[in-house]
Design a protein around this ligand. Structure first.
Ligand SMILES: *[C@@H]1O[C@H](CO)[C@@H](O)[C@H](O)[C@H]1NC(C)=O
Ligand SMILES: *[C@@H]1O[C@H](CO)[C@@H](O)[C@H](O)[C@H]1NC(C)=O
Ligand SMILES: *[C@@H]1O[C@H](CO)[C@@H](O)[C@H](O)[C@H]1NC(C)=O
Ligand SMILES: *[C@@H]1O[C@H](CO)[C@@H](O)[C@H](O)[C@H]1NC(C)=O
Ligand SMILES: *[C@@H]1O[C@H](CO)[C@@H](O)[C@H](O)[C@H]1NC(C)=O
Ligand SMILES: *[C@@H]1O[C@H](CO)[C@@H](O)[C@H](O)[C@H]1NC(C)=O
Ligand SMILES: *[C@@H]1O[C@H](CO)[C@@H](O)[C@H](O)[C@H]1NC(C)=O
Ligand SMILES: *[C@@H]1O[C@H](CO)[C@@H](O)[C@H](O)[C@H]1NC(C)=O
Ligand SMILES: *[C@@H]1O[C@H](CO)[C@@H](O)[C@H](O)[C@H]1NC(C)=O
Ligand SMILES: *[C@@H]1O[C@H](CO)[C@@H](O)[C@H](O)[C@H]1NC(C)=O
Ligand SMILES: *[C@@H]1O[C@H](CO)[C@@H](O)[C@H](O)[C@H]1NC(C)=O
Ligand SMILES: *[C@@H]1O[C@H](CO)[C@@H](O)[C@H](O)[C@H]1NC(C)=O
Length: 341
């Protein structure tokens, strides 16, 4: 199928005549340039005939409220090593991760965006839904996550601190200028590997298990293949504390896989705002995971083991990881409930 070009798209867009100047794709590009966002304007122009680019422009011209996280020219320049050799389609995927439906401009404070105070993390669904980058449950598109410090916000899951510099409006489009090009969440293995606090548990995820086709596979590979997954990942301190137990479990793969399976929720990405006091979920081994939120922090319990969640919302292509400070040494499993989960 030949995709319509940007000019066709712009011509076809039905725009309300109440506006003094009608908005079309060229006007958006022009508005980006006027805001000093030349590299973003160039990137947006370069994707004008990709399928993703067309869907983004369609959303921008639809009259709905759309928020665009708009990286500065300096941000694009800093991302040169990442984007320099990228294909047009890859650039389109990166830009799609910067676009949200809705007006995220803060109604109370200038030059910042809406952010939740309690919980501290805001999760927002982007337009990134390319099958080579996102495998969430129900074909959902990828999310962005940010935390709040006073009136400022910081994106989590980014190697470099990323903040909103200012917020302007072009018709119904909110442009939130940011100082980095946001990175798309990677696979579970890459996220664990690049976090030095998770190096002790990493080899444990290599435990051989039976894959969906009955073949032998590393647990990590089975997990990568799930659509929608939540994993409570023990940090290095947790692994040191549980060393004796883990050495014992290493003698019995069945028990080890049960313990690991009780750190996992299969088929659902449970982001931290859904982890509330008294919440109960079912692990991939059919055991109950229950949650406590109190003055000390947020805790997860499986069987008689409890650990504190010390870092939340590490996003992956197919779900989310939360770091915990203990190993949930529950080797029980309930096949019936696991099947229903
Ligand atoms: C917002 O930030 C951009 C990029 O740094 C800058 O060019 C522009 O002048 C700023 N706009 C306002 C209103 O501060
Ligand atoms: C699409 O962008 C290219 C530059 O990347 C440009 O040459 C072409 O004219 C643009 N097409 C439309 C329809 O804007
Ligand atoms: C902007 O949104 C309002 C409703 O919130 C709508 O009436 C108006 O037509 C939209 N503007 C454009 C340019 O689509
Ligand atoms: C856009 O957001 C404003 C609030 O900022 C709201 O009043 C308006 O209804 C929204 N428009 C649409 C089309 O959702
Ligand atoms: C978006 O929200 C901001 C802050 O409430 C408001 O100033 C702006 O007009 C809104 N934009 C639209 C298109 O509703
Ligand atoms: C939210 O989390 C960030 C990062 O962990 C922290 O710096 C900030 O103080 C927290 N804000 C609130 C209101 O708890
Ligand atoms: C983030 O850092 C990790 C490890 O330090 C690296 O593998 C990865 O490529 C970096 N990602 C980006 C987007 O720079
Ligand atoms: C666990 O204990 C074994 C044997 O005492 C030791 O060799 C290993 O380094 C320990 N591992 C950790 C992570 O402490
Ligand atoms: C291994 O663990 C499983 C599950 O906890 C248990 O049923 C089994 O008896 C154990 N096998 C050995 C040899 O200890
Ligand atoms: C997750 O659920 C799917 C579908 O029910 C199943 O095939 C898979 O084995 C489960 N994975 C784990 C790790 O429990
Ligand atoms: C919060 O809950 C955890 C886990 O149940 C518990 O260890 C801790 O003492 C509790 N803290 C307070 C202040 O109640
Ligand atoms: C925790 O539960 C296991 C059975 O799942 C049991 O063997 C163990 O003794 C219990 N530990 C404590 C401290 O209650």
């Amino acid at each position: 199928m030949r995709l319509p070009t940007l000019s066709l798209l712009a011509g076809a867009a039905v725009l309300p005549l109440s506006l003094a100047q009608s908005l079309d794709a060229n006007a958006i590009i022009q508005a980006l340039r006027s805001a000093g966002l030349n590299s973003l304007a160039e990137a947006a122009t370069s994707i004008n005939s990709t399928e993703i680019g067309i869907s983004l422009f369609t959303a921008l011209l639809s009259g709905q409220n759309v928020t665009v996280f708009a990286p500065t020219d300096q941000a694009f320049s800093n991302a040169q090593s990442r984007l320099g050799g990228a294909s047009t389609n890859d650039v389109a995927e990166v830009l799609a991760y910067h676009v949200l439906l809705g007006n995220y401009s803060s109604p109370t404070t200038a030059n910042t965006i809406i952010s939740s105070t309690s919980p501290n993390v805001t999760i927002a669904r982007t337009f990134l839904n390319a099958s080579d980058e996102v495998r969430l449950e129900g074909n959902k598109s990828q999310v962005l996550a940010w935390t709040r410090q006073g009136d400022a916000v910081t994106f989590i899951n980014q190697n470099t601190t990323t903040t909103v510099q200012n917020v302007t409006h072009v018709s119904n489009i909110t442009l939130a200028v940011i100082d980095q090009v946001l990175a798309i969440p990677r696979d579970i293995h890459s996220v664990i590997e690049s976090n030095s606090n998770l190096s002790a548990i990493e080899p444990v995820f290599g435990t051989q298990t039976t894959g969906p086709n009955g073949d032998n596979q590393a647990l990590i590979d089975v997990l990568e293949d799930q659509r929608g997954i939540t994993i409570f990942v023990p940090n290095n301190d947790a692994v040191i504390q549980a060393n004796a137990t883990l050495l014992q479990l290493a003698q019995n793969t069945t028990a080890l896989l049960s313990v690991l399976g009780n750190h996992i929720i299969n088929g659902t990405s449970v982001y931290s705002p859904s982890i509330t006091d008294g919440a109960k979920l079912t692990s991939s081994r059919g055991e109950e995971l229950s949650f406590t939120v109190n003055a000390t922090g947020v805790f997860v319990t499986s069987g008689n083991a409890t650990a504190q969640i010390v870092q939340t919302d590490l996003l992956t292509e197919n779900g989310v990881l939360h770091i915990i400070n203990g190993v949930l040494t529950n080797a029980e499993s309930d096949e019936q409930k696991a099947g229903d989960a």
